[in-house]
Design a protein. Structure first.
Length: 512
């Protein structure tokens, strides 16, 4: 049986050694790796379905609003699950670091057989010299040996407990807790990112839909102008080139309708992607409606928003936690310069049976135990600790600079989002007036053209101005929503968890 096992091990070793681990033979063409067909067959065996990896069922008859889409995305988007698993991993790392405070126990058992020999000399006694009490009465004339066989059975329990390390374990635990905080706020930041993406793409889809309506209105206006030109030609008041230009404008407007319809489809795919479902899933999305701007954000000063962002943004909290972790790393390395005090002990039960020169086995069973107090002080390690301390200090300085840079970037982001939001609010009233004026101008020029008082270039210009004004009006309305969402993201208000107000000490830590 043992020979068969050895042969199988040799065959396995030969198989592994002969496995192909080759890279592509050249850089100028594609190639087929040896196991590529197996992967392709495995992929082909996985059945495709419209739901994909979605964990939420979509009702094809229901019209989903923004809040419902955000809820679906937070429950279904794979990024939230990845961030959640990373937070769980960081929590487990805290428990792993805390295990250093407990004693280390290990139990072992062994059984074995040992065959050895003990060499011994052969003695020859000379009687004459022995009677005369002379030297050399006993002489070594050769050698021999005894064969011994031993059977050993042993069960052992070892324990070691670190009592004093001058703060090294404490620094490790604190650093792991700071990394847990980074993972937790990273989880919240992922939710805020998803909320922003869904909101932004929801508004972009609404804008794309409105652009379709604008181009359809432009097409209707172009058809109206074409009919007016045809009526004037029938009365002998217009020329053939004017009709051809009107038909060209109608064809261009029809093309714009198809182009905006394609843009609407792309916007819908982007929204579905942010939610975490496949584009093949039937999903009805509500329109923008007549939502009002965020009055609370509009009434607050930019300094208040910046102060709010600097105290609650997840990325800044993560940078601060990273700074604390680097400080603990420095403490850990410094603790390695001091001795470590530990207590160790062992207890075992050993049975030893011995046979000498094919005799019967004899032996006994005895317990053994012991306890020790150990002190370990490193004297020289080739300056390894010095280099580790230099590296830890450099990482600490880098973390300080990263926090400072992130604070400056947050201030710029809040300032820009606030400016864009205020600009969008100011444009809203002007855009509404522009649409009204353009509509009135087009109606007046069209009526004047029908009565022969305006020229064809004038009515074409009025038509284009109306289409442009409608597009600007819808863009302005969408900009209010998107800039308000961007401002909320820049201040850390999107999907913010409920909790107690931030302590002043935390604010001072961020301002370092």
């Amino acid at each position: 049986m043992s020979m068969r096992l050895i042969i199988l091990q040799l065959l396995l070793a030969v198989t592994v050694a002969n496995a192909r681990n080759d890279p592509p033979p050249s850089s100028d063409r594609t190639w087929a790796p040896p196991n590529l067909p197996n992967y392709e067959q495995e992929l082909a065996g996985q059945r495709f379905n419209n739901a994909g990896t979605s964990r939420v069922s979509i009702n094809p008859r229901k019209i989903y609003g923004l809040a419902e889409l955000i809820d679906i995305a937070q429950r279904n988007n794979p990024e939230t699950r990845v961030a959640w698993e990373r937070a769980r991993q960081a929590a487990a790392a805290v428990g792993l670091s805390e295990s250093a405070y407990y004693p280390y126990l290990v139990a072992s058992a062994s059984a074995g057989y040992d065959r050895a020999f003990i060499p011994f000399p052969t003695l020859e006694v000379n009687p004459n010299k022995l009677l005369n009490k002379g030297l050399g009465a006993v002489q070594i004339t050769g050698g021999g040996s005894l064969v011994t066989e031993a059977r050993v059975y042993r069960a052992e329990l070892n324990a070691k407990w670190l009592l004093l390390d001058f703060g090294e374990r404490t620094a490790v635990v604190r650093a792991s807790r700071e990394r847990l905080m980074m993972a937790n706020v990273g989880f919240n930041g992922t939710h805020q990112k998803i909320v922003f993406e869904v909101t932004d793409r929801f508004y972009k889809l609404g804008t794309a839909r409105q652009q379709v309506l604008v181009t359809q209105s432009a097409l209707e206006a172009a058809q109206t102008v074409e009919q007016a030109v045809q009526a004037r030609i029938n009365n002998g008041l217009a020329t053939k080139p004017e009709l051809l230009q009107a038909q060209q404008q109608t064809a261009q407007s029809a093309f714009d309708v198809e182009a905006t319809a394609g843009a609407e489809s792309d916007a819908r795919v982007a929204l579905v992607e942010s939610i975490g479902i496949l584009p093949t899933v039937p999903l009805k999305v509500a329109g923008l409606g007549e939502r009002l701007a965020n009055v609370d954000q509009a009434s607050r000063s930019v300094n208040e928003l910046i102060e709010q962002a600097l105290s609650q943004r997840p990325d800044l909290v993560a940078k601060l936690a990273n700074l604390h972790a680097k400080e603990d790393e420095v403490r850990k390395v410094r603790a390695e310069y001091f001795p470590k005090v530990a207590v160790a002990g062992h207890a075992s039960e050993t049975e030893l049976d011995v046979s000498i020169a094919n005799s019967k086995y004899f032996g006994d069973t005895r317990p053994t135990f012991g306890a020790f107090l150990t002190v370990e002080l490193p004297i020289f390690d080739g300056f390894a600790r010095d280099r580790q301390l230099d590296m830890a200090k450099a990482e600490l300085r880098a973390a300080e600079n990263e926090l400072a840079g992130a604070r400056d970037a947050a201030v710029r982001e809040v300032w820009k989002a606030y400016t864009d939001f205020k600009t969008a609010l100011r444009k809203q009233e002007s855009a509404s007036k522009l649409v009204t004026a353009s509509q009135d101008a087009f109606d007046a020029v069209l009526e004047s053209y029908k009565n022969g008082l305006s020229t064809y270039p004038e009515i074409v210009s009025a038509q284009r101005n109306l289409a442009s004004a409608r597009s600007v009006g819808h863009d302005t309305q969408s900009a209010i929503f998107t800039t308000a969402t961007a401002l909320a993201l820049s201040t850390g208000d999107l999907a913010r968890p409920s909790g107690r107000p931030l302590r002043p000490s935390a604010v001072r830590s961020l301002e370092r």
